[in-house]
Design a binder for this molecule. Structure first.
Ligand code: GAL
Length: 460
């Protein structure tokens, strides 16, 4: 039986006959405003609560947003100063960064905890299972400290596996000359695989140093830093880009390598100065439409350059933009959320930590706007030193839009192989700052926050 609407449909003639009286216009406007308000409320709710998480995991997620303070007591200075010396120069208070940089500091164990506290996924008691402890030694499935510094992670859909690539630095640290930066000879690019982002299996050195040929870019006396790998869906190849340099950092080039498999071996192709410019700290970023970009510090690290790669990802095109000009930023790590691009960068102080900044843009090629220091929690010195570390990569957390893992290196210039990993949750969201006066200075970016936690785990 057909059910008839009990409401009589208005006929065209009734519309035509409708009079546009003042109250009608006012009420229509009020209606429109109400609809708009409701829409913005729904969008806001979507933005803040879009997790596809179970209730238990939501609790874990909320824990990530807790601001955790960490007050470290600076020990009294060792040894007595003579009264004359004390008079000559007012005693400069020792700061936490001095302690961090002092290899003999009494509180060194806070920044570089010893083997006893190492994260050992195969041996960890259940209460610590799946927990990240920023700064602790992190063992692979063979019980060796993970060697993947300045690294990045590729999620391989085919194998449903994460691959972590980074500098394999398990060699002696030395200086080529006084005042030169501490270094380890190139050993190669280490690769580790994981299903859960916590238990990592060593897949070996997937791009090795050249031992004999001194003219080779990867001769052990040169520099290979910040390797990153992306997959090309069209060619089916895994493509690695890296910073290639000589020991004095004057070559300032990028190197490119290719493989049929995520676990290599990678064939080294060539190096170049992209777009004819110096290139030091760098990263690559693959956008959701498959276009990939190279981002590099240039012009004496005073600015960043961003340009798309060719379709096969083996070269740059001739399109390039200068961004954050005169800002002196390096260690770029790019990521995307809801059609906005974000980037975390560091200042340029070599192996010493400094303040991170977050930036945002509506297009990868810019313009980029600086949002400020994203670090939350710890203490002031933690926030001014990126938790005593330097960013290298930002990895989206699966199933939790707007949530990422911020990967950073706590460099140990006295023994670079013992540099530590600082992984922390990075969240895009929450209320953005509003301009003091109403204006059309849109867009208003979401907040980017990296939360300090002594111990934390992914909410999945
Ligand atoms: C840093 C850079 C590192 C490494 C280091 C050498 O500024 O981010 O990747 O090059 O300098 O001192």
């Amino acid at each position: 039986m057909r059910i008839r609407s009990k409401y009589k449909r208005p006929t065209i003639s009734s519309y035509v006959g409708m009079k546009c009286t003042m109250p009608t216009i006012v009420w229509s406007l009020v209606g429109c405003l109400l609809v708009l308000h409701l829409y913005s409320l729904v969008r806001q709710k979507e933005r803040t609560g879009e997790m596809q998480l179970s209730l238990g995991n939501r609790t874990l997620f909320q824990e990530l947003l807790v601001v955790e303070e960490d007050n470290i007591q600076i020990p009294p200075p060792r040894g007595k100063r003579s009264p004359r010396a004390a008079k000559r120069r007012p005693k400069k208070p020792i700061s936490l960064i001095d302690e961090f940089l002092d290899e003999n500091s009494q509180i060194r164990h806070i920044f570089f905890p010893g083997e006893r506290t190492a994260i050992d996924p195969l041996n960890e008691d259940t209460s610590n299972k799946s927990y990240y402890f920023p700064g602790r030694i992190w063992l692979d499935t063979e019980g060796n400290p993970i060697q993947a510094h300045g690294g990045g992670i590729l999620f391989d859909k085919k194998a449903s596996t994460y691959y972590w690539y980074g500098e394999y630095k398990d060699g002696p640290t030395y200086q080529v000359q006084k005042n030169a930066p501490a270094r380890v000879d190139i050993i190669g690019v280490g690769c580790y695989s994981s299903k859960d982002l916590w238990t990592w299996k060593n897949e070996g050195i997937v791009l090795a140093a050249e031992e004999k040929n001194e003219t080779h870019d990867l001769h052990k006396t040169n520099v290979l830093e910040r390797p990153k790998v992306i997959y090309n869906d069209k060619t089916g190849k895994y493509v690695m880009w890296m910073h290639v340099d000589d020991a004095n950092y004057t070559k300032a080039s990028v190197g490119v390598a290719i493989s049929d498999y995520p676990t290599g071996p990678f064939d080294y192709l060539y190096s170049k100065r992209p777009h004819g410019f110096e290139s030091r700290d760098m990263t690559i970023f693959k956008d959701s439409d498959g276009t990939a970009y190279l981002v590099y510090s240039s012009e004496d690290n005073s600015e960043l350059h961003i340009g798309p790669l060719t379709r096969d990802y083996l070269d740059v095109t001739n399109v390039v933009k200068r961004v954050l000009v005169g800002e002196h930023r390096e260690a770029p790590a790019l990521f995307k959320h809801r059609n906005t691009y974000y980037m975390i960068t560091s200042g340029c102080t070599g192996w010493a930590p400094n303040e991170a900044l977050a930036h945002a843009a509506e297009s990868v090629l810019g313009p980029w706007e600086t949002l400020g220091n994203p670090c939350v929690g710890g203490n002031k010195m933690y926030r001014l030193t990126t938790f005593f570390a330097q960013g290298t990569f930002v990895l989206p957390l699966p199933g939790v839009p707007g949530s990422f893992i911020f990967m950073a290196d706590r460099w140990n210039p006295a023994d670079l192989r013992d540099s530590r990993y600082v992984w922390l949750p990075l969240i895009v969201g929450g209320k953005a700052d509003w301009p003091l006066e109403y204006n059309f200075g849109f867009p208003l970016w979401s907040r980017v926050s990296i939360y300090w936690h002594k111990k934390w785990r992914c909410p999945f």
